[in-house]
Design a protein around this ligand. Structure first.
Ligand SMILES: *Cc1c(COP(=O)(O)O)cnc(C)c1O
Length: 411
C-alpha cells in the first residue's frame, strides 16, 4: 500500500500506555499540560543514565567516558551527566561555564575548537581545564597568556590525521581541515610545547560524527592508536591522555541499524592492551555526544490546522525547522529523509493516513515529516519527533522568523 515511504523500524525507547507515549514516566498529554506550552523538548533522565550504563557495560573498563556537551548543552542535562561520566568536552566559553558549574573537576574538562579567542583561553587557563590546541599559533598564544597569568597551561594537541573516518555522516578529520594540526606538523609543535614549558597532556583525534558502521570506526580507532604511538616519540613528556573522539551514530532513518557496540569495544580492548605494554601511562578517552543523548530526547509540537491541498494532507504545527533544523533535513542531509515522527497522544491509530507535517515558517524547507504514514490527527494533537536529544534545539536557527522559543525539560 505504501511501498515508496518505508516505515521506520519500530523505535521502542519510550513505552506506550493507553495509546499515549510515556516520557520520564509521565504520559505525553500530561507532560504537555505540565510544561504549559508547545513546542517543547523533553529529555528522559533515566534513558540518559541507561545509555551511559550500556556504554560502561560494553566498553573496556579503563576507558574514560567524556560527554561532548555541544550535542545537548541544556544545563540540567549536563548536570545529570556530570555524575555519570569521567569528563566533559566543551567547544565554547559558554559551554565551559556550564561544565565548570558541575562536579566534574576542571582537569577533566577539555576545550576544543578552532578560533579560540585570547579572552576565552585566559579564562580556560585560569580554570585549569585542558586546552586542545588546534594550531601552532594557538599554542604560542596559550603560552603567552599563561605567562601573563603566572599559570602553567594544560595543553593537548588536536591532530588532523592523515586518514578519514569512512562512512561518517559528517567528516571532521583527514585531508585539508580547519580542525586540528596536520599530523605531519605535530612533531614540530610538540618540540615547541616542550620549549615553552607547557604542561603537555596528550593527543586528541576526532574524525567524524554520526557513524553507524562498526568496521569503519574500528579501522579509524586502529589508525588513531598507530598515529598516537608514532607521534608519542616526539612528545616532551609521556602521553597521559589519548582522546580518540566521539562520533558513534544512532539510527534515524528507515533501514538504519544501531551501531554494533560490542564490535567497537572488542577492537578497543585489543588496541588498549597493546598500548598498555608500550605506554603504561596513557589513558584512553572517548568523547561522545550524540550517542549518549540522542535517543533520550523528543521534540513535541501541536497540530494547529489540518489542511488539504490537491489531494495531499498537511498537518500545520506550531513547531518547525527553527527549533529542530536536523529533523527538517537541513542540517547536513544531502537527500531529505524523515526522522521517526508519530502522533504522541494516538500512537497506534485505528485510522492512519499519509500526511506531511510542516511548521509555521514561510519556507518550503520547514518540513518535519514528508508524506509519512501515521495516525490520522487533528488540531490539538501532539506530534512527536523521536531521536531528538542531540543537535536539536542547540543546532537550530531559533531567530529565523522570530517565533517564541520552545521549552526544554528534563524528566
Ligand atoms: C562534536 C564533537 C564531538 C561529539 O561528536 P558526536 O558525534 O556527537 O559524538 C566530539 N569531539 C569533538 C571535538 C567534537 O567537536
Amino acid at each position: 500500500m505504501n511501498d515508496y515511504f518505508p516505515q521506520h523500524a519500530p523505535l521502542t525507547q519510550f513505552p506506550v500506555q493507553d495509546n499515549c507515549l510515556q516520557v520520564g514516566g509521565i504520559s505525553l498529554t500530561r507532560l504537555a499540560q505540565r510544561v504549559g506550552m508547545t513546542p517543547f523538548y523533553a529529555y528522559d533522565r533515566q534513558k540518559i543514565s541507561e545509555r551511559v550504563a550500556l556504554l560502561r557495560r560494553h566498553l573496556p573498563a579503563d576507558v574514560l567516558l567524556h560527554y561532548a556537551m555541544k550535542a545537548n548543552p541544556m544545563p540540567a542535562v549536563v548536570q545529570h551527566l556530570a555524575s555519570l561520566v569521567d569528563g566533559i568536552d566543551v567547544a565554547s566559553i559558554g559551554e565551559m561555564k556550564v561544565a565548570l558549574d558541575t562536579i566534574v573537576s576542571a582537569k577533566n574538562i577539555s576545550f576544543a575548537g578552532p578560533g579560540k579567542k585570547p579572552h576565552e583561553l585566559s579564562c580556560a587557563i585560569a580554570a585549569g581545564i585542558v586546552l586542545n590546541a588546534e594550531s601552532l599559533q594557538e599554542v604560542e598564544l596559550i603560552a603567552q597568556l599563561g605567562e601573563q597569568l603566572s599559570i602553567t597551561p594544560k595543553v593537548a594537541i588536536r591532530i588532523n590525521p592523515d586518514f578519514e573516518l569512512k562512512s561518517s555522516g559528517m567528516k571532521m578529520g583527514g585531508g585539508p581541515k580547519p580542525f586540528g594540526i596536520d599530523a605531519e606538523n605535530v612533531p614540530e609543535v610538540l618540540m615547541r610545547i616542550g620549549k615553552l614549558g607547557l604542561h603537555f597532556v596528550g593527543f586528541h583525534i576526532f574524525c567524524g560524527s554520526q557513524n553507524l558502521n562498526a568496521t569503519a570506526i574500528c579501522e579509524a580507532h586502529t589508525k588513531i592508536f598507530q598515529l598516537g604511538a608514532q607521534l608519542a616519540g616526539h612528545a616532551p613528556s609521556p602521553i597521559r591522555l589519548l582522546n580518540i573522539g566521539g562520533g558513534f551514530g544512532v539510527p534515524y532513518f528507515p533501514g538504519e541499524r544501531a551501531l554494533n557496540l560490542a564490535a567497537v569495544s572488542e577492537n578497543l580492548q585489543h588496541l588498549m592492551s597493546k598500548m598498555q605494554q608500550q605506554f603504561p601511562e596513557t589513558r584512553i578517552a572517548l568523547e561522545l555526544g550524540r550517542y549518549i543523548v540522542a535517543e533520550a530526547g523528543i521534540y513535541v509540537c501541536r497540530v494547529l490546522e489540518r489542511k488539504q491541498s490537491r489531494g495531499q494532507v498537511f498537518l500545520i504545527t506550531d513547531g518547525g525547522l527553527h527549533h529542530h533544523l536536523a529533523a527538517s533535513g537541513n542540517l547536513g542531509q544531502v537527500v531529505r529523509k524523515n526522522y521517526p515522527v508519530l502522533i504522541g497522544n494516538k500512537v497506534q491509530g485505528i485510522e492512519t493516513e499519509i500526511v506531511s507535517v510542516v511548521g509555521p515558517l514561510c519556507t518550503p524547507l520547514d518540513v518535519i515529516a514528508e508524506r509519512m504514514q501515521m495516525t490520522k490527527a487533528y488540531a490539538g494533537d501532539l506530534v512527536v519527533v523521536l531521536q531528538s536529544g542531540a543537535y536539536g534545539l542547540t543546532a537550530s536557527p531559533t531567530a529565523f522568523l522570530n517565533h517564541p522559543l520552545p521549552m526544554e525539560v528534563l524528566v
